[in-house]
Design a binder for this molecule. Structure first.
Ligand code: SAM
Length: 299
């Protein structure tokens, strides 16, 4: 599985050039640029190259191994969809697990749900958490919350010791090259299923329909061998390659995850400070363009 994933998603080289261009193997023949005003932090951790810079128009930006992870300006679009699609599809989420997620944005969104009693995060790289607290305070604002437990380690290994525990598991990982490689295979999804209670729902960062259809189709195919319900959602995301991001949503029962189990009024949207997610968008995100439906048919 991993060999197939690597072939479809990674290439020979990827790097963020000093002029702020995201070039590279994972999306050959195209580049995305952000103008850098100032490099705030640049070090190699045990796992990856960690860079934070202040951009001219997107606020502070976190880059891991040359790939944009989040910018202060548009992060809410990704964090809200990855967190709220599974959380609102679930009628009463209490125990939530985040794999990855070291910038803290997903944690911030999960804790907006009053039903949530505890949130555990398993993040491999403590340096990501430390730099996020310092340079991305709007994302990292909930690391001190009493409902939060942090575990530093590999998500795949963590799951081996946690069975029938979580209502929702969110994989907020980097791309399938480097430390996140193990989080894109069938054996990881088997462990995810075992870690969840009956009725549990998962969401995972699932790349772009413009660039990774083969990988997405492959992921859906093996996830369907494990979960009775598997769906793919997609929405706009300015600074991810080709401007879209996908979300794989799966449920341990036959629940229709494309419909929110709890819908929001505009007052609730305001009080939860939601800037992207709403109940109509929840369902709309699962309606896919024809070329995507055709490519995913049979998977
Ligand atoms: N939203 C981003 C994106 O898709 O571009 C990703 C966010 S970033 C916070 C992803 C995090 O996953 C990183 O902090 C990275 O250290 C962490 N990570 C990568 N591999 C991991 C693994 N095997 N176990 C746990 N965390 C991992």
């Amino acid at each position: 599985d991993l060999e197939k994933i690597k072939k479809t998603s990674s290439g020979d080289s990827k790097q963020l050039k000093s002029d702020g261009k995201e070039m590279g193997g994972a999306w050959p023949g195209q580049a995305f640029s952000l103008q850098i005003e100032e490099v705030l932090f640049h070090e190699k951790s045990k796992y990856q190259d960690v860079l934070v810079f202040k951009s001219k128009t997107y606020g502070n930006v976190l880059i891991l191994d040359g790939i944009i992870q989040c910018t202060e300006r548009d992060e809410f679009a990704y964090q809200e969809m990855l967190a709220h699609l599974p959380l609102f599809a679930h009628p009463n989420p209490k125990k939530v697990l985040i794999i990855g997620g070291g910038d803290g944005g997903i944690l911030r969104e999960v804790l907006k749900h009053a039903s949530v009693e505890s949130v555990t995060m398993c993040e491999i790289d403590e340096m990501v958490i430390d730099v996020s607290k310092k340079y991305l305070p709007g994302m990292a604002e909930q690391f001190g919350n009493p409902k939060f437990n942090l575990f530093i380690g590999d998500g795949f290994e963590f799951l081996k010791n946690h069975k029938n525990e979580f209502d929702v598991v969110i994989t907020d990982s980097s791309d399938p090259v480097g430390p996140a490689e193990s989080l894109f295979g069938q054996s990881y999804y088997q462990l995810l299923s075992e870690s969840m209670k009956n009725g549990g729902i998962l969401s995972s960062q699932a790349e772009s329909v413009w660039l990774h259809l083969e990988l997405i189709s492959h992921m859906i195919e093996f996830t369907k061998k494990i979960f009775p319900t598997v769906q793919y959602a997609s929405s706009i995301m300015s600074t991810y390659p080709s401007g879209t991001m996908g979300y794989l949503i799966a449920s341990k029962d036959n629940r229709d995850v494309t419909k929110p189990a709890r819908t929001l009024t505009s007052e609730e949207i305001k009080s939860m400070n939601l800037k992207f997610y709403n109940s109509e968008l929840h369902s709309a995100a699962f309606i896919l363009p024809t070329f995507v439906n055709q490519a995913l048919q049979g998977s």
